[in-house]
Design a protein around this ligand. Sequence first.
Ligand code: SDX
Length: 392
Amino acid sequence: ESGCFTYDPGFTSTGSCDSSITYIDGDKGILRHRGYSIEDLASKSDYMETCYLLLNGELPTKAESDEFKNQITYHTMLHEQMLNFYRGFRRDSHPMSIMVGVVGALSAFYHDSTDIRDPQQRLIASHRLIAKMPTIAAYAYKYSIGQPFVYPKNDLSYAENFLHMTFSVPCEEYKASPALVRAMDRIFILHADHEQNASTSTVRIAGSSGANPFACIAAGIASLWGPAHGGANEAVLNMLQQIGHKDNIPKFIERAKDKNDPFRLMGFGHRVYKNYDPRASVMRESCHEVLEELGINDPLLELAMELEKVAVSDPYFAEKKLFPNVDFYSGIILRAMNFPTSMFTVLFALARTVGWVAQWKEMIEDPGHKISRPRQLYLGSDARDFIPVDKR
Ligand code: SDX
């Protein structure tokens, strides 16, 4: 088996791929981007540097970093006509539905960066996607709460600009503290890329046919939205609110073990990690820092930590090797930063765009790449004769 594709070894499966971008050792709980540990990148680098690393394979020099940031800043604005797309959505649309629609619509606007055979156009498409996602995400939020869009500012860093566009209002500019900007930037780093997960595989499969790059990223957003994938951060918050108090934890732990009960411990378990997800450990530390910075004593954090303690010491979870994943603590930080739960997966999509783009670019630039065509194990009927309807 390769990932979720099962194929007869006699066939050449295109369900898996070679890549030099991200390495995961699920048993040891190791995650590296281009050889650098996620712990080092989260503590010593920043998201723009990590984007450069994922796209180019090396950490940038100061000059390369400044030029890259200038390119991203240059592309942060959305074409004014794009704003019309927002007004076509119902007010109560889930922001992820807006993200899928608006990012897909980019394919109708930027014709000078869709010829994927042209390296320059591929580069511009990559920069445009990374640059515009914070603007698109912030506008999805503003639209959902009925506030006017706030334009990006060129003198702000990537994370700072996103917080500005999200929380500033015409009469008052939002100034995030350096600690919150750092926390936002770190959350982006932790979500940047993760090998061949469902949404990245979706982007690769869509891109393998030569499809419009913006449309391929929209496909990745659609896949990420599911609660088994990127939608889990929103589901964790809902789960913690459903559990409500630590006295209820044993009951929910038993429900999570019951095969006849659809309840699952959201934010727990992983297709690859059979150890702690290293991102979850960094996220938990960040959680404490942000809540301290904001002077918030969120009972859901205490509940989450108690739930983690009980679950990881439970023989069932130990035997199944189920540990907290990246989504377990992220929602608590985002809630403390005043994001509604409906925006949690939007932030995941924003941060993961660089991973999708880097993986798409790596595939397109592989001269030997072919259209993805996973095979199957056929379990249906054998050949049989047709039966006329009056004989059925
Ligand atoms: C992400 O792939 C990636 O890299 C994704 C991601 C990324 O960065 O792109 O890391 C982001 O998607 C993280 C995962 C977020 N999803 C959740 O937190 C949702 C809750 N988790 C589960 O739904 C589940 O753990 C999955 C979907 C993540 C994985 O499911 P699998 O493939 O069934 O996991 P498994 O094979 O390790 O399961 C082993 C057993 C199974 O039971 P048995 O068939 O052996 O009887 O453990 C059970 C599972 O049913 N199990 C759980 C469980 N997760 C797995 N039981 C209770 N609660 C859970 N959360």
